[in-house]
Structures are given as structure tokens and as C-alpha cells.
Design a protein around this ligand. Structure first.
Ligand code: ATP
Ligand code: MG
Length: 261
């Protein structure tokens, strides 16, 4: 379980996160959405230890990891999939994935057996094992990146915009990969710019605005929330007629179960 309380963090003197809070139950997926610059990536950076908070706490499964460096956070079972293209293009798919386990002390046999396990959930690992990662499509590379992180058997996976730069045809590769991680019982905290897509994958959702939580609820509640559009664009849904349909709330917008906080 991820518990973040009253988190303040930023760059230099400037606090970007201003009292951010979230609870992600073990084995569930929470998707953070919000306008550009709201601080979504900053939350993940604070969690993975890339950024040290000035105030507040981050507790994972009862262990306080606030302000710990990335190496400690990783060993505590919290892994982040890098935002884009973290693979070595000249190395094979298999070499790239095995490299994911470099931080854990494990013998070759254990690594091989974990790889075999992952071949069942990420089919590309068997189909393209010996091809250079550089020969794969963008979506396929993402799947290999997910598999590489799963070599560590993480308890928590952080995903920053997994669909960034992918064409719509590749989206199913991302949802299949997220589903594979969910089947392994991993707790997932993801940020996604394609709001509809992210909410479909998630159990719960958190809408961020100016470094804090504007709305929180089940993914369904957030999807249908009448204030969703105004939080993104600063005006009422009715005014947005030519906007991104991914963001448009459905016609049968439900009553909010939780208003803005
Ligand atoms: N390394 C940095 N140094 C200084 N300011 C930064 C740095 N990284 C981000 N910021 C600023 O912090 C704010 C929040 O950035 P963040 O990347 O968390 O937003 P985001 O919600 O992930 O946005 P996006 O949807 O564009 O990815 C922005 O104003 C950004 O300019
Ligand atoms: Mg971001």
C-alpha cells in the first residue's frame, strides 16, 4: 500500500507539490491525471527518490521511504518504468530484460526461470528474444520495458505516461502489459495524459491541479465527474465543443461521490 501524506516538494526554492495526498491499496491501480504542469511527474519523482520532499511522508507497506535515495527505494520493491526509450537499441530483447535484474543478487538459473515466467505474460519476450530492441515498434519496446521492471518482482510499479508517443494501434499493447502486471498483484501508480485510456485501466483515480488533489474517487466516478473538464481547462464542459474527445465526460454524468477537496 502506498500512503502519501501532506507532501511538499519541488525544484530549488519553488514548491510544486503543495500538500499532495494519496492512498493506493495493495494490488490496485491508481491513475493520476491533470493538466500539464500540475505536478504529476513530480509525485512519481518524489516516490522513486529522485526528489527529496521538503515536508510530508511517503510510506510503502508500512515502511517510511520519505527522502530515501533511488537505490534504497528500488530495493524496497518500488520500480519505475522510465518515461521514454530506456532500452539499449543494440542489445537483444532478452539481454535488455535480464539487465533489469542487475540490482538484485540472483543466480543465473533464478534469472532464467524468472525470464521464462515473464515470457508467459509478455509474449514479445519469446517471439523476439534475440532481436535487437532497436528493431521493435514503440509499443513493443514499452512492453519490453515493463518486462524488464518485472524482473525485479516489484511490489509497486510507477508508470509515467506509458502511452506517450505511441500511435493508437499500440494502445492495446500497453493495456495488455498493465493487465499482466495487475495479474501478478503489483500495486500500480500511473500518470496518463490519455485520460479515458488511463481511467479504463485503473481502479481509482486522482485528479491533480496546481500540486494538490482536486478530485479523488473510483475511476468510474472520476470519468463521469461533472467537474473533470473544468479542472483541465478552467471552464465548464458545455464550453468545450472541439476539445479532445478523450477528456469529454460521458453524457450521463453521474453525481459526484466526492466533491473537490
Ligand atoms: N527539473 C525541473 N526543474 C525545475 N522545474 C521543474 C523541473 N521539472 C518540472 N518542473 C516544473 O514543475 C512543474 C510540474 O512539473 P511536472 O513535470 O510534475 O508536471 P506534470 O503534471 O507531469 O506535467 P505534464 O503533463 O506536462 O507531464 C512545472 O511547472 C515544471 O515546469
Ligand atoms: Mg509529466
Amino acid at each position: 500500500m502506498i500512503e502519501i501524506r501532506d507532501l511538499w516538494a519541488g525544484y530549488g526554492e519553488l514548491d510544486i507539490l503543495r500538500g499532495f495526498e494519496i492512498n493506493v491499496e495493495s494490488g490496485t491501480t491508481n491513475c493520476i491525471v491533470g493538466p500539464n504542469g500540475a505536478g504529476k511527474s513530480t509525485v512519481l519523482k518524489a516516490l522513486s527518490g529522485l526528489l527529496s520532499p521538503s515536508m510530508g511522508s511517503i510510506v510503502i507497506d508500512g515502511v517510511d521511504v520519505t527522502g530515501e535515495p533511488p537505490s534504497v527505494v528500488l530495493r524496497a520493491g518500488i520500480a519505475q518504468v522510465p518515461q521514454r526509450n530506456g532500452l539499449f537499441a543494440g542489445l537483444s530483447v532478452k539481454e535488455n530484460v535480464l539487465m533489469g535484474a542487475y540490482v538484485i543478487r540472483s543466480n543465473r538459473r533464478a534469472l532464467q526461470s524468472r525470464y521464462e515466467q515473464l515470457c508467459e505474460t509478455f509474449p514479445i519476450l519469446r517471439a523476439r528474444a534475440h532481436e535487437p530492441a532497436g528493431a521493435l515498434s514503440g509499443g513493443q519496446r514499452r512492453m519490453v520495458e515493463f518486462a524488464r521492471v518485472m524482473m525485479l518482482k516489484p511490489r509497486v510499479v510507477l508508470l509515467d505516461e506509458p502511452t506517450l508517443g505511441l500511435d493508437p494501434k499500440s494502445l492495446s499493447i500497453i493495456s495488455d502489459s498493465v493487465a499482466a502486471m495487475q495479474r501478478e498483484g503489483v500495486t500500480i501508480l500511473m500518470v496518463e495524459q490519455n485520460v479515458r485510456f488511463g481511467l479504463r485501466l485503473a481502479d481509482h483515480a486522482t485528479v491533480m491541479s496546481a500540486g494538490t488533489v482536486a478530485l479523488a474517487g473510483t475511476a468510474e466516478e472520476i470519468r463521469d465527474h461533472p467537474n473533470l473538464m473544468s479542472l483541465f481547462f478552467g471552464h465548464a464542459p458545455a464550453e468545450v465543443t472541439n476539445g479532445d474527445s478523450d477528456l469529454r465526460p460521458t453524457a450521463q454524468a453521474a453525481q459526484p461521490s466526492r466533491g473537490p477537496v
